[in-house]
Design a protein around this ligand. Structure first.
Ligand SMILES: CC(C)(COP(=O)(O)OP(=O)(O)OC[C@H]1O[C@@H](n2cnc3c(N)ncnc32)[C@H](O)[C@@H]1OP(=O)(O)O)[C@@H](O)C(=O)NCCC(=O)NCCS
Length: 359
């Protein structure tokens, strides 16, 4: 059975920036609290839909792999903020991107979605059911932000990242995966009012609830254990890991995971400062930036590890191929906007109030 290896990568980070200082102006918070508790300084807020960001990131990944959209035979889009329930956001991306020969589906494992999608892509390539997979993580979490809830509104941002996966050569590719879920803890990180459950109160629409401390405690344990198990299942030791690319939820969670894995800070990639938590998009955005910064050498051993609502967690240990530079480039980007991140956040808040009948 052939393993899958990453041959293309790309990202889409929307142009409108929302800083901690912007948030200070509209809620009872401050830069010092947000920075010390989370490591976040600013995040991007999109003026488009999830599928638009996914399309831009996908275009870059396909170009980097030296392929054309028609070469892709499977498109997996990891998201918990699709444009609509039906069709999948992946179907919308197929039409926008021209990936006409691909079967398309969304995967929702919240912030672990990219690692779950990687597992599916790897399995499909291993069985020969797919040869060239476009795996995208894309999220418009600003839809869920409520400036009346300071405990969650400061944490999240929008964006997309993508990879192309193809059958691996002899030594490279996905070496091991370790996934897990604890549905018994579903209630500690949940979005209600966007599904078949009857909405008792219209104020519950798109309502994000998180027990921050419980999520934190579980994240530290599960991320450390999943990553360590994936490395062991790959037949490697922790010293063999060249770079850890964790889900970017919180620098304190990342630091604790790295400590459990006994990895020095220089082996851990962190870019949460500029983007906040972009859920399923965070790992492919981070991978793209690590490659753009030449932090990944040919044959590097990489560990991805993620954690999110579900509760879900997952880790992947892989060896990168010999090529760490793009075969091609794309000039794809989102349309320009004159709105700031704060303008967009306030527009969304007005829409939220209007839906609740409060405006
Ligand atoms: C959310 C999180 C940063 C909160 O940090 P914490 O140290 O647990 O903070 P607490 O919730 O105990 O709140 C401490 C105080 O800060 C206040 N606070 C909460 N949000 C605040 C904000 N944005 N600005 C200022 N103060 C805030 C609280 O009201 C509380 O005040 P009190 O002591 O007067 O009641 C932290 O729990 C966390 O990172 N959890 C994991 C979240 C996560 O990563 N989720 C996504 C997983 S994919």
């Amino acid at each position: 059975m052939r393993r899958a290896t990453i041959t293309g990568w790309g990202k889409c980070t929307p142009p409108a920036v929302l800083t901690n200082e912007d948030l200070e102006a509209v809620m009872d918070t401050n830069d010092e609290w947000i920075t010390t508790r989370t490591g976040i300084k600013e995040r991007r807020i999109t003026h488009t839909e999830t599928s638009d960001m996914a399309t831009v990131a996908g275009r870059h990944a396909i170009a980097t792999a030296g392929l054309e959209p028609e070469d892709i035979d499977l498109l997996i889009l990891a998201t918990c903020t699709p444009d609509r329930i039906i069709p999948s956001a992946a179907s919308l991306v197929q039409a926008k991107l021209g990936v006409t020969n691909a079967a398309c589906l969304d995967v929702n494992a919240a912030c672990s979605g990219f690692v779950y999608g990687l597992s599916l892509a790897n399995g499909m390539i291993a069985t020969g059911a797919a040869r060239r997979v476009l795996l995208i993580g894309a999220e418009k979490l600003s839809t869920l932000l409520d400036i009346e809830d300071r405990s969650t509104a400061v944490l999240f941002g929008d964006g997309a990242g993508a990879v192309v996966l193809e059958p691996a050569g002899d030594g490279d590719g996905v070496l091991a995966l370790n996934l897990g879920t604890d549905g018994g803890l579903a209630g500690i990180l949940t979005v209600t009012g966007f599904g078949t459950e009857e909405i008792g109160n219209v104020a519950e629409q798109f309502s994000l609830y998180m027990d921050g401390q419980e999520v934190f405690r579980n994240a530290v344990t599960q991320m450390g254990e999943a990553a360590t198990r994936a490395v062991a299942e790959a037949g490697l030791s922790l010293e063999d890991v060249d770079i850890l690319i964790p889900h970017q939820a919180n620098t304190r969670i990342i630091d604790a995971t790295a400590r459990r894995m006994k990895l020095p800070p220089e082996k851990v990639f962190v870019n949460i400062t500029g983007y906040g938590n972009t859920s399923a998009a965070s790992i492919p955005i981070a991978l793209t930036e690590a490659l753009e910064s030449e932090l990944i050498r040919p044959g590097a051993v990489i560990v991805f590890v993620a954690f999110g609502g579900g509760l879900t967690w997952g880790a992947a240990c892989l060896r990168f191929g010999d090529r760490v530079t793009p075969l091609g480039t794309s000039d794809a980007r989102l349309p320009a906007t004159s709105f700031t991140g704060l303008d967009l956040l306030l527009q969304r808040q007005d829409e939220r109030r209007r839906r609740r009948g409060l405006a």
